[in-house]
Design a protein around this ligand. Structure first.
Ligand code: ZN
Length: 246
């Protein structure tokens, strides 16, 4: 089975559309590691698409705040403004859907998913030092997560921790071959607001038969989303961030 793994879509419909076109329907299932909304101008179509297409979805910190499960206090001014803007646009039904999303980790047939870390959905795992203690909580040889918007992977083999870098700028794919002696925590990277210096939308495909994960990047009309951020009355800095991929 091939699984399309998405995370941190952040209401960027153009980026999601480009990812789906790039993946060419070559998957049997779609899963989402949270943060459907926040930052960008298309929360309604992204929520509706995720709701009708994803086999498994967990919540992210932005979903929690927009849905009112958690207060705005931990967000910076820009994230707060975007969360309030988003909340005002969504229907009661869409807010109820966000409220209904489960907290990770969730264990699926071939892997686990969570948003931040396996012990705390709001924790950022950005480097091997932060990743190392997480492996004690991983219950399967493969897991997918998000939250940092940084594409790549951490792995543990015979208690040694290693990293897999994101797809290089001159390529659109990097393949991680899985092996039975190694536990992998893979971050597909953010569909809707990449922060690893590459503005291309990021995602992953897992193939359970060939036993690999393909990290992928694809161009999308980022300027168009940036213009729409400004026109929508969202903070301009969000447009600049999107264009720079930071
Ligand atoms: Zn996020």
């Amino acid at each position: 089975m091939r699984v399309l793994v998405l995370t941190d879509l952040h209401a960027n419909w153009a980026a999601l559309e480009a990812v789906l076109e790039d993946a060419e329907g070559k998957y049997e299932q779609i899963i989402c590691c949270g943060d459907l909304v926040g930052y960008n101008p298309d929360p309604e179509p992204v929520i509706e698409w995720v709701r009708s297409h994803c086999a498994s979805v967990i919540r992210g910190n932005h979903d929690k705040v927009v849905a009112g499960i958690e207060g705005l206090d931990w967000f910076n001014d820009v994230a707060q403004a975007a969360a309030l803007w988003t909340r005002a646009r969504l229907s009661e039904d869409q807010l109820a859907y966000l409220r209904s999303l489960p907290q990770g980790p969730v264990t699926l047939e071939h892997f686990q998913i969570w948003h931040g870390s396996p012990r705390d959905e709001d924790e950022y795992v950005t480097n091997p030092r932060e990743a190392a203690p997480c492996f004690a909580f991983v219950q399967m040889p493969l897991a997918f997560f998000g939250h940092t918007h940084l594409q790549g992977a951490f792995f543990s083999k015979y208690r040694r921790i290693g990293t897999v870098p994101p797809v290089p700028g001159n390529s659109d794919e990097a393949v991680i071959q899985l092996d039975p002696d190694t536990v992998f925590m893979v971050n597909p990277g953010s569909v809707g607001q990449p922060r690893d210096g590459d503005s291309r939308a990021a995602y992953a495909i897992f193939d359970s038969e060939q036993n690999y994960v393909a990290l992928r990047r694809t161009e999308y009309p980022v300027q168009r989303t940036a213009d729409r951020i400004c026109r929508a009355g969202l903070p301009d800095v969000l447009a600049q961030r999107l264009l720079a991929g930071i």
